[in-house]
Design a protein around this ligand. Structure first.
Ligand code: BGC
Length: 921
């Protein structure tokens, strides 16, 4: 499996790989065009537990197990499966299971919820699945997979919550340590660490794991996460030591900004609870735990803020502080602390990592003590500096997205909501005081920033070169599952910039921007959810974030506009146009993964939310919301857009009720949705002219996209929208809500060419305008020289990333058979583009939809993953026909079933799994 770590990297390597016969994307082989290989090694692959490979520390009593079928043959499908789960790997590999054996089940299903004997904590379970192919033949066996349970219950913790005795204002981060002996040979060891704040864990001087900013941000007083690490390799026989460094994170927010995180009700000096559970070779277990026998001292990390930066004084380093022989006589006693919440939950998700290393593209020396580094692209993350100098030399590393004309870093677009009380905590500026011990390295541990440039100033001259500074792009390390490649380089760059902005805003919860706010703005996140899911395997992050929603929801259903929050956001910005995340995200997870769990988990929350609006707005119309945020010029009525989102939530609730078998709710909310639709249309729709409101782009496209337009008027409204866009010179005149809708409203209603014209513009206002001006991420505002709302790494205009899949590739989930069990394929061969090659790797594998114009007409390559089908609708110009192998497709075959009359070509087919090349001429 080739693990792609970066968006740009994935494009580059894709180009190389696709020269050979097949390529690998997100772990699945995508056959190259026209290739049809029998697959002699068909087998189940990609065995996942809770959407992860061999996870540790699983708390779910009934974890979800899933797999894919690797079988390249046409018509490949799974006719039956048998699943084995047990504690003995040999027995499981021999088809015996002491926990769960499903028998042979005749079904195509590849996602199961564990239903065997109750799982025990701290236990490794092995599992395998046998599958039978389309001919009823048993496939090759899959590689044995495993998952390991964690605490499973609060009662299993043995450690105490401890901290040092200092208060919230103390700036230096605390170290904690404990030395201990292992008495026997160690078979395995796990560290379970729950933290209010952030941590780095060390055993015998070695840092454990490659995660960063663990644990993820939650509302600490309602839900606190713990992380499990395999530390078997780090333990040694005899003397050992554990070291813990705690950071503030969002728990002890010392920087002051307009959202009052410094006044969070949970705020306290960071604390942790740790159980190091050692299993010896003889089967006995010993747990080394956090308790009064630990020692603490202040570390050289003299200040750390998730929001601003980190300050480190290397002169205060204590060599070997985390090793067994260190003399900690001068260290202090620890104190017991109350548990931050009653709800300590396993963090089972893709962690944040420093995913990509970026060398500086250039460095400018402005004077003896000032250098400005340019990474050549905007990222979220940190910089790392290597430098030599005298002890006490102080370096300040100011990170920003722009430069002033004089070459210095300009923070004025991103420091606007920061309210510092003094000069000790400069924005996005790390401070590194050298220890004077030769070459030294500094890279923050408990902070990240949004930046492209780093201005390094030193208190005394130091020699720096281009190689002295490296950028680390950090984000939730969600596996890439999509790829878009076209003949238009600007479109490809927009796709990359969208993904870079999406990832820059994914840190265990989706954010608006990585610099100015780092807030979990709800509106930005539901706008971007499809872009996220077409491109990345994001389910673990969204499931965690929707749990954050449930923690924050008031009993009356109200949600705050930013989640998590310290309390800000219940008063402002939290209407349905933003907080519809509660409905839209679970519904999209259902569509993309075919998994009902999140929808079921959030069902009552969606209901309370919708019921609240219904109570407040019995007419069906609501003006609660911010409206079409940061528009190009025209502002659409808030009541229209907010009511459209209210309608969307109620419609999702009605559909969810049906999926979950709640018939009465289904009927009730279907009726409520109709009532809202009628109210919106009676106030805003002119039935004669087919115009909503005054006919602005957002006014027309939002009702079209969200299904408010009466069927018989759709064509008229769409035609009006196309005319409006033409009158606007085929350029955007929308804000956040309009950008979500405009391209889809056009392309879903017969105006794909107009949508493409708009999407590919390179003049103001457009995405391409940013790109031709050097953007590598998406911006917050259309004019690049806007005076406010001008973060340069925002995802809120990012729907275009999803649209490329939905329109050019035409790849959409089928609500009737979600999780791409059946793929809706309706590519649009837009004029002005010669080639589009779009792949999404869904639960069944890689779906590819690729077309290219050539002298002969148009070649269309499609791959339908094994065990799934596709409904293909090809747009056929008058007189055009579809051919496979030079034969017109006029009769159904077992693999290509014509969906309409066969006397003439309709262009509509049901495809079985496999790879096809069609020619349209
Ligand atoms: C954020 C946006 C957000 C908006 C809500 C801004 O400050 O950056 O992305 O959605 O506020 O009004």
């Amino acid at each position: 499996m080739i693990r792609q770590t970066s968006v740009v990297g994935s494009v580059a390597s894709f180009v190389q790989i696709s020269i050979s016969i097949a390529c690998v994307i997100g772990g699945m082989t995508v056959p190259a065009s026209g290739q049809q290989t029998a697959d002699p090694i068909a087998r189940p692959t990609d065995l996942h537990c809770e959407y992860l490979t061999n996870p540790l520390g699983v708390d779910a009593a009934r974890p979800r197990l899933s797999w894919r079928l690797a079988d390249g043959r046409r018509g490949a499908r799974q006719t039956a499966y048998q699943l084995y789960v047990g504690t003995d790997s040999l027995a499981v590999s021999q088809g015996k299971a002491d926990q769960w054996n499903t028998d042979k089940i005749t079904a195509a299903q590849t996602l199961l919820t564990y239903a065997g004997k109750p799982l025990k904590p701290f236990t490794k379970y092995y599992w395998r699945v046998d599958t039978w192919d389309k001919d009823g033949k048993k496939n090759q066996a899959a590689v044995l997979s495993r998952f390991e349970t964690g605490m499973m219950s609060d009662r299993n913790w043995q450690g105490a919550w401890i901290s040092d005795s200092r208060d919230v204002a103390t700036k230096p981060a605390p170290y904690f340590r404990k030395a201990f002996q292992t008495t026997k040979k160690v078979r395995s060891a796990r560290a379970y660490i729950a933290v209010a704040g952030l941590y780095e864990l060390y055993i015998n001087g070695q840092k454990i794991g490659n995660h960063r900013l663990d644990p993820m941000y939650t509302r600490f007083d309602r839900r606190t996460l713990y992380v499990t690490h395999d530390v078997t390799a780090q333990l040694q026989s005899g003397k050992n030591a554990i070291g813990v460094l705690l950071g503030n994170g969002w728990y002890n927010h010392q920087s002051t900004a307009v959202w009052y995180f410094h006044e969070a009700p949970w705020r306290n000096r960071p604390a942790f609870c740790l159980d190091l559970r050692i299993t010896y070779d003889d089967g006995s277990v010993e747990t080394i735990r956090s308790d009064k026998d630990w020692k603490t001292a202040l570390s050289p990390l003299v200040f750390n803020s998730i929001y601003t930066a980190e300050h480190y004084d290397a002169r205060q380093e204590q060599a070997n502080w985390n090793k067994a022989d260190f003399d900690d006589a001068k260290w202090k006693e620890v104190i017991y602390r109350a548990t931050p919440s009653e709800n300590i939950v396993a963090q089972v998700m893709h962690p944040i990592r420093a995913v990509e290393q970026i060398s500086a593209k250039s460095v400018k020396k402005l004077n003896d003590t000032t250098y400005v580094f340019d990474l050549g692209r905007n990222i979220s993350g940190v910089s790392q500096i290597n430098v030599k100098g005298n002890a006490g030399t102080t370096l300040r590393l100011k990170h920003g997205e722009r430069l002033y004309d004089n070459g210095h870093v300009d923070l004025s677009n991103i420091d606007v909501h920061y309210r510092p009380t003094d000069k000790s905590d400069p924005f996005q500026t790390d401070i590194f005081i050298l220890g004077g011990r030769g070459e030294e390295t500094f890279m923050p541990r408990f902070n990240y920033k949004g930046f492209q440039y780093v201005e390094v100033t030193s208190s005394k001259p130091v020699e720096l070169t281009q190689a002295s500074l490296t950028g680390h792009f950090m984000h939730s390390d969600v596996p890439p599952v999509g790829r878009v490649q076209t003949s238009n380089p600007t479109i490809d760059k927009i796709w990359q910039a969208t993904n870079n902005a999406y990832l820059s805003n994914l840190f265990g919860y989706p954010t608006d921007c990585p610099q100015r706010e780092k807030n979990g703005w709800t509106g930005d996140a539901h706008i971007a959810v499809e872009t996220g899911l077409y491109n990345f395997d994001g389910i673990t992050v969204y499931e965690k974030w929707l749990a954050d929603h449930r923690d924050e929801q008031q009993p009356n259903g109200v949600l705050p506009s930013i989640i998590p929050t310290s309390g800000w956001g219940y008063e402002w910005g939290n209407g349905p146009d933003w907080t519809s995340t509660i409905a839209i995200i679970p519904w999209n997870i259902y569509l993309f993964y075919g998994d009902t769990k999140l929808l079921a988990d959030c069902y009552d929350n969606i209901k309370r939310y919708v019921d609240h609006i219904n109570e407040q707005s019995p007419s069906g119309l609501t003006s609660w919301g911010l409206g079409d945020w940061v528009p190009v010029k025209s502002k659409s009525p808030v009541e229209l857009t907010s009511s459209a989102y209210y309608f969307t939530d109620v419609s999702i609730l009605a559909k969810a009720a049906k999926v979950l078998g709640k018939q009465a709710d289904h009927a009730y909310y279907t009726a409520l949705a109709s009532k809202i639709k009628a109210a919106v249309n009676s106030k805003y729709l002119n039935k004669e002219t087919g115009v909503y409101g005054s006919g602005l782009q957002t006014e027309l496209s939002v009702p079209l996209m969200w299904g408010l337009v009466p069927e018989e008027l759709k064509a008229k409204v769409a035609a009006n929208l196309a005319k409006r866009v033409e009158a606007d010179n085929n350029h955007l005149d929308v804000g956040l809500l309009g950008t979500k809708a405009i391209l889809n409203a056009l392309s879903e209603n017969g105006y794909g060419d107009v949508a493409y014209k708009m999407a590919s513009q390179e003049t103001f206002p457009s995405w391409g305008w940013w790109i031709v001006n050097g953007a590598t991420t998406l911006y917050e505002n259309w004019p690049i020289d806007a005076k406010s709302d001008i973060s340069m790494n925002h995802i809120m205009f990012g729907e275009i990333g999803a649209w490329l899949y939905k329109a050019l590739g035409g790849i959409k989930p089928d609500p009737e058979q979600p999780g791409f069990k059946n793929v809706l394929l309706q590519p649009i061969f837009v004029s002005g583009l010669n080639r589009a090659d779009v792949t999404h790797n869904g639960p069944y594998g890689a779906i590819r939809s690729a077309w290219q114009r050539n002298a002969d007409g148009l070649a269309y390559d499609v791959t339908v993953p094994p065990n799934s089908t596709a409904t293909l609708v090809l747009p056929l110009a008058n007189g055009a026909n579809v051919y496979e192998n030079n034969k017109p497709l006029t009769v159904s075959s077992p693999e290509i079933h014509l969906l309409e009359s066969t006397t003439r070509q309709s262009g509509q087919y049901r495809l079985q799994a496999g790879t096809y090349r069609f020619t349209i001429k």
